[in-house]
Design a binder for this molecule. Structure first.
Ligand SMILES: N[C@@H](CCC(=O)N[C@@H](CS)C(=O)NCC(=O)O)C(=O)O
Length: 202
């Protein structure tokens, strides 16, 4: 097969699959996802140091960057009748570049924002989970002494801390790894007033 297109259609590879369809090209499609470990193999990084999709191999020539791939494919296969995807004049070609570079610099940053936000969210979640575990260890130690936070009996301190933690949050907070906290939280939420208010207000 002369042309290979590497990349899942659920990625920027869709741009290249679309161009290939417009150009009526035959190709072999390798639908690797953006997180496919093969993208970080040394042989792949030799072709595309960014380790990203789309990447094409056309008769042994490897190229990445979706818009440059499309310019290449259109120039190679799409400048004659009836396709006319690539202008034949110098000026027409310059305008095609102009709009492609404009999209890359003025629209693409907004597209990239989604991926960046995902990474930021993951990093923030990991960091706050670590802080949470440290806080739960502190709480566990405090409760281990008398079973409650202040004066050896239930006070508004227990209500406030248990109220912030709440059973639904506790389920995802890893509270069960902290034996005293887990037991104390159950005792707090089993109190008649806690049961009654949850029964009434859901
Ligand atoms: N500017 C590049 C962006 C390529 C890119 O970031 N592709 C994503 C998938 S849409 C990817 O493969 N990410 C994996 C990585 O960067 O490790 C293009 O237009 O092709």
């Amino acid at each position: 097969m002369a042309l290979q297109i590497i990349g899942s259609p659920r990625s920027r590879t869709m741009r290249t699959l679309w161009a290939a369809a417009e150009l009526q090209l035959e190709y072999e499609h390798l639908p690797w996802s953006w997180d496919d470990p093969r993208l970080k193999d040394p042989e792949f990084l030799d072709m595309n140091p960014a380790g990203a999709i789309p990447t094409i191999i056309d008769d042994g020539f490897a190229l990445s960057e979706s818009l440059s791939i499309n310019l290449y494919l259109a120039k190679k296969y799409g400048h004659g009748d009836p396709l006319r995807l690539y202008p034949t004049s110098l000026e027409g070609e310059a305008r095609v570049w102009r709009w492609s570079l404009w999209a890359q610099s003025h629209l693409e940053p907004w597209v990239q924002r989604d991926a960046d936000l995902l990474l930021i969210r993951e990093a923030a979640a990991e960091s706050s989970f670590n802080v949470l575990q440290k806080s739960l260890r502190i709480l566990d130690m405090a409760i281990s002494k008398s079973g409650w936070l202040v004066n050896g009996s239930f006070t508004i301190a227990d209500l406030n801390v248990a109220g912030v933690l709440s059973p639904s949050r506790a389920a995802t907070a890893g509270v069960h790894d902290h034996r005293h906290v887990s037991d104390w939280l159950d005792r707090c939420y089993q109190r008649p007033a806690a049961l009654a208010v949850r029964e009434r207000f859901g």
